[in-house]
Ligand binder design. Structure first.
Ligand SMILES: [Zn+2]
Ligand SMILES: [Zn+2]
Length: 341
């Protein structure tokens, strides 16, 4: 399905010829695809999309499938292999790329936004972006390695072992981050969210306490639950200006904040009291490290330390994508996986 007009919805293209992999490219027959908040933004043509999405592009960036064909000069990947892939196509030549930070490539092209993505029977990827999936990882989980990577990158940025952790926003990535933080040796984990359903999920994923984000007293409660000191680590997953302010307010002195949530407007902060005087460290987190994060995810999944199935709430045939995007606005939907056949 494609984004063809700057309006609500997608268009299904019929009789599209199967793409031919060029030199260094791999053709993947998609079997499952994850639906992401980004895709919902593109579906609804949210204000940020006009600058980031090329009309006519096939959407979707989270997937698993089988290699259907490989182009010339492909050496590592073979036909029939079960694979997922990194959706950020880094240029390999800019300063960030050449210094090992391809995840913030200044000339990045993005699958499902500027490059044809995976809400289709086939997707083409450069060989370097293909990630062979370990046999121990299910198709459902393999389809969502991308957001699992976002969560992993955030948790690893903040160094949670032996420290108390506050997670603001227990949506899909927040919930996964809770499980990762738990597996990575975090102490007390506190989650906040506005939705009771998500707070339940946070507890299921390993949080010790789930606080209702609408309660103005929650930052004080978070402080009490961490012996009065405030959490050592803030993992900000919501993008909500209020949650960001409250999270930084409750962060303990000398604490670390990793911000992954995407605010849709500029956010006003009390930098002096909540960052400077606290000696806090604040990290912006974007994407996943290529490919360090992917190895970390695989190592935790294969070791059985992460049980992430509870975040998948629906499996829906790709033809019913309108239903999937409708469901995303409801409280019952967490991660929706589209089944392609
Ligand atoms: Zn995504
Ligand atoms: Zn680059």
């Amino acid at each position: 399905m494609r984004k063809t007009t700057p309006t609500h919805g997608f268009t299904v293209a019929h009789d599209v010829p199967v793409p031919e992999p060029g030199a260094g490219e791999v053709l993947v027959a998609v079997t499952r695809a994850g639906v992401c908040g980004t895709d919902k933004g593109i579906y609804e043509w949210a204000p940020w999309t006009a600058d980031h999405v090329t009309l006519g592009t096939t959407v979707g960036h989270e997937f698993v499938g089988r290699v259907a064909a490989v182009g010339e000069a492909v050496t590592r990947v073979r036909e029939g292999q079960r694979v997922s892939g990194e959706g950020h196509l880094a240029c390999g030549a800019c300063q960030p790329c050449r210094t090992g930070r391809g995840h913030v490539c200044s000339r990045v092209r993005v699958l499902g936004a500027g490059v044809d993505g995976c809400f289709a029977e086939y997707v083409l990827l450069p060989e370097a972006n293909v990630w062979p999936v370990h046999d121990a990882v299910s198709d459902d989980i393999a389809a969502i390695l991308d957001p699992i990577g976002n969560a992993m990158h955030t948790v690893m940025t903040a160094d949670v072992a032996g420290r108390t952790v506050l997670v603001t926003g227990a949506g899909v990535i927040g919930a996964i981050a809770i499980a990762i933080a738990r597996a990575a040796g975090a102490g007390t984990i506190i989650a906040t969210d506005l939705s009771a359903r998500r707070l339940d999920l946070a507890l299921e994923m390993g949080a010790d306490h789930a606080l209702q984000g609408e309660d103005p007293e929650w930052p004080e409660q978070a402080r009490r639950l961490t012996g009065g000191a405030g959490p050592d680590v803030l993992l900000e997953m919501s993008g909500s200006p209020t949650a960001i302010r409250q999270g930084l307010r409750s962060l303990g002195s000398g604490g670390t904040a990793a911000l992954l949530g995407v605010p849709t407007q500029p956010v006003e902060l009390d930098l002096l009291n909540d960052v400077v005087f606290k000696g806090a460290t604040v990290h912006g987190v974007f994407g996943r490290r290529m490919f360090e994060t992917w190895y970390q995810v695989e190592n935790m999944l294969v070791g059985g330390r992460l049980r992430l199935d509870p975040v998948i709430s629906h499996r829906i045939a790709i033809q019913d994508y309108d239903r999937a995007f409708g469901l995303m606005s409801s409280d019952e939907a967490m991660k929706i996986v589209l089944v392609v056949d």
